[in-house]
Design a protein around this ligand. Structure first.
Ligand SMILES: NC(=O)c1ccc[n+]([C@@H]2O[C@H](COP(=O)([O-])OP(=O)(O)OC[C@H]3O[C@@H](n4cnc5c(N)ncnc54)[C@H](O)[C@@H]3O)[C@@H](O)[C@H]2O)c1
Length: 705
């Protein structure tokens, strides 16, 4: 069974039908070169090319050692994900591995670019590995809810040891060649650009020194050493419990490495095979593979041609150096794009800049940046109190108070100041981008929403809000800028809350309603936490601050939130909100909140009933699905998978459940509809079933397939 480092470019529809191989003999070294553009995926044709090349070299009496190297920009970058779940076609990945591992002549893998998943599992069957310094190796299967199923979990620990294999395999990262050398995965680094010659020289050394025909599968010393550390696996599980919460794949990967330590190779491989088949057929891996492709699909806008001219964003202006402005600016400094921040007062500007510096210095303290990098990034950020400095920027992102009058005033000024062709973006969370564009500027086509999420330097999601008049160029530029600064961008049309917050609101309404029926805030939060969300709606409100949009002057004590604010229980920052917090900000249910809830219920003549876990989950999550369906039918979202991409990247939706729309498909849309109907009036007077949801359910269709 092959394992995957997926690459959408591996789509057989676009990949050429044939792979190439050549064998060149230099003295007693046979150089087998294979190629299958664009990324040398281990598709059937490639596997055949490898087998043919190796057989040829093995049959040549002059050849005493074999260098295995790839054409193009990378080593074998992984399996062909499109072959997943289909009957295997010979030669299998196992056949390829056997021919290499059982070769009577030593095979040296020469690695450049990336050696990922199945690609690394092939390299692990070679007797030695050399790489250029820029190469990276990794087993990223865990990110797709899988494990390396072609011996990777058995061979890697034998070469790097169990502890390092645990990090390597459950981390799924692309590990730089130098680190691979340090852990023993790579035997030697050869100079950049000289891979072939370096590998041939290494092969000659193997022969000259009479080095053994080393099979990784036979190495045992590190496994014996690991058997002397019985606490190794328990400690690792405990240390990573939070990171792995809810995911099945990390545990399966760990169990495979345990098997490598305790069982002979072939028995360990049988464990690996069994667990791989369980994962590949399971819903989590399906969801994670779906999410992988959903994220890439989100970058595509069907009616915007790929040759749309894009503004070259060499300088950015940001208006407002508050919570969002500062974080947004960091994204640009991180990729070397200079940014000018505009504020109304020096004090606000200084405060904003100081927060940015503090964030960078914290990263430096954690070893993520050098002191010099902190200064380089800060040097890219300048401040001004004069909007006229925005005359030469290519992109402006407005991040001032959420107030339409102020935003209009600012866009009016931008219209006068900015050069023609500049893209004018607003980071508004909920205001009407069309109104900002048309009422305030003479160039509504240049206006687009770029909705970042807090903290803006950390959160991956960027909702790119397409106004009625937004030009293809402004839209495509915003999408490309998002990609450049490492965000996952998804397009949303204009509506209150756009995709993400609009659905969150639907969830919040149900959560609030259930509090008035007898579920306490922590009961609701617990259900959503157990479902896999990082926190529930009430914990989230406490984190954000209950007083967002609240003021004492206008407060009427009409909601639980207002009463909490009036009592100065404004969330984590005040040590209390829906929850009570200790000094370390650990939450515990609050008697004060409970009493407020009970008082409200008494005043409204409501009697508490037991609200089941099932009801809490269904009403919150299905309400989101229903709103998502409306967003889809209104054309606010381009596709259901974009909604899922928004939720996974911006709201902590557990990726192993594939996003709300995918999740609804797994539950079954008829069930979703039936349950929402069964709750009837409890859903609230404003609740209406989405006609699209009802229709798809009636027709036996799905959102995402
Ligand atoms: N905080 C969030 O979680 C979040 C998330 C997404 C989007 N947003 C949106 O981002 C925008 C900014 O929110 P924030 O949380 O950063 O607010 P903030 O209050 O922290 O910062 C706003 C900043 O804008 C400055 N400002 C106000 N008027 C100005 C003007 N005319 N010219 C220049 N600067 C001016 C203020 O001095 C302040 O520093 C809002 O539209 C908000 O809805 C916020």
């Amino acid at each position: 069974m092959s394992t995957a480092a997926p690459n959408p470019a591996q789509n057989p529809a676009t990949a050429p039908a044939t792979a190439t191989h050549s064998v060149v003999v230099e003295g007693d070294i046979g150089i087998v070169t294979v190629g299958y553009p664009p990324v040398n995926a281990l598709s059937r044709a490639m596997r055949q090319a490898i087998v043919d090349g190796l057989r040829e070299a093995q049959a040549d009496a002059a050849v005493r050692a074999i260098v295995f190297i790839c054409d193009g920009r990378t080593f074998l970058a992984g399996a062909d994900i499109t072959e997943f779940g289909k009957p295997p076609q010979a030669p299998s990945l196992y056949d390829v591995q056997d021919i290499i591992e059982n070769s009577a002549k030593p095979v040296i893998a020469a690695i450049h670019g990336t050696s990922l998943g199945g690609g690394l599992e092939v390299a692990l069957c070679c007797h030695y590995r050399v790489a250029v310094p820029s190469a990276r190796c990794g087993l990223p299967e865990v990110h797709l809810g899988l494990l390396p199923g072609a011996g990777g979990t058995q061979r890697l620990p034998r070469i790097v040891g169990a502890a390092k294999a645990l990090d390597f395999i459950t981390g799924g990262t692309h590990v730089p060649a130098r680190e691979c050398l340090a852990i023993g995965l790579v035997d030697e680094l050869v100079p950049e650009g000289q891979l072939r010659d370096g590998a041939v020289a290494f092969a000659r050394k193997v022969l000259a020194e009479g080095r053994p025909l080393r099979k990784v599968r036979d190495l045992d010393d590190k496994m014996i050493a690991a058997r002397g550390q019985p606490e190794l696996f328990a400690d690792f599980r405990q240390a990573n419990a939070r990171r792995f919460r809810g995911f099945l794949a990390p545990e399966s990967n760990i169990r495979c490495i345990e098997a490598a330590v305790h069982l002979p190779f072939d028995e360990g491989k049988a464990v690996e095979r069994k667990l791989f088949l369980e994962l590949v057929g399971g819903i989590q891996s399906q969801a994670q593979r779906y999410a992988f492709f959903a994220e890439r699909a989100a970058a595509k806008i069907p009616d915007v041609p790929s040759d749309t001219p894009i503004v070259n964003v060499a300088k950015v202006g940001i208006i407002g150096a508050g919570t969002m402005g500062g974080g947004i600016a960091m994204n640009f400094a991180n990729v070397g794009i200079p940014c000018v921040l505009v504020e109304t007062a020096q004090a606000a500007l200084d405060r904003g800049m100081a927060v940015v510096r503090k964030n960078y210095e914290n990263s430096a303290r954690r070893g993520k940046l050098t002191a010099a990098q902190v200064e380089q990034r800060m040097a890219l950020l300048t401040g001004s109190l004069d909007m006229n400095v925005l005359a030469d920027v290519d992109l402006v992102i407005e991040a001032v108070f959420e107030n339409m009058a102020i935003k209009k005033e600012i866009f009016g000024q931008l219209d006068r100041i900015c050069k023609p062709g500049a893209v004018l973006a607003t980071n508004t969370s909920a205001l009407d981008v069309n109104e900002i564009a048309s009422a305030a500027t003479s160039r509504p086509e240049a206006v687009v929403g770029m909705h970042f999420f807090s903290p803006a330097n950390v959160m991956k999601l960027l909702e790119v809000v397409r106004g009625a008049k937004t030009s293809h160029t402004a839209l495509a530029t915003a999408m490309q800028v998002g990609k450049k600064i490492g965000k996952v961008a998804a397009v949303s049309g204009v509506c209150p809350g756009f995709i993400g917050n609009r659905m969150l609101r639907a969830r919040g309404e149900q959560a609030q309603a259930m509090v008035m029926e007898g579920a306490m805030p922590w009961d609701i939060d617990q259900v959503l936490y157990d479902f896999g969300m990082p926190m529930g709606p009430f914990a989230m409100s406490d984190l954000a601050g209950l007083d967002i949009g609240w003021s004492r002057e206008t407060s009427q004590g009409a909601t639980i939130r207002e009463v909490l604010c009036e009592m100065d229980r404004r969330g984590q920052k005040t040590g209390a909100g829906y929850y009570d917090y200790d000094a370390a900000r650990n939450a515990r249910p609050s008697e004060v909140t409970r009493q407020i809830v009970l008082d409200f219920m008494a005043r409204q003549g409501k009697v508490a009933r037991a609200v089941s876990t099932e009801e809490i989950l269904e009403r919150t999550v299905y309400a989101m699905v229903n709103e998502g369906a409306k967003i889809l039918e209104e054309g606010i979202a381009q596709r259901a998978s974009d909604i899922d991409t928004v939720y996974i990247n911006g709201y902590g939706w557990p990726v192993y459940r594939g996003g709300p729309m995918f999740y609804a498909d797994t539950v079954g849309l008829p069930t979703v509809v039936a349950r929402l109907q069964a709750y009837g009036d409890r859903m609230g007077a404003g609740f209406q079933l989405s006609p699209l949801l009802e229709r798809l359910a009636a027709e036996g269709k799905h959102f995402t397939r």
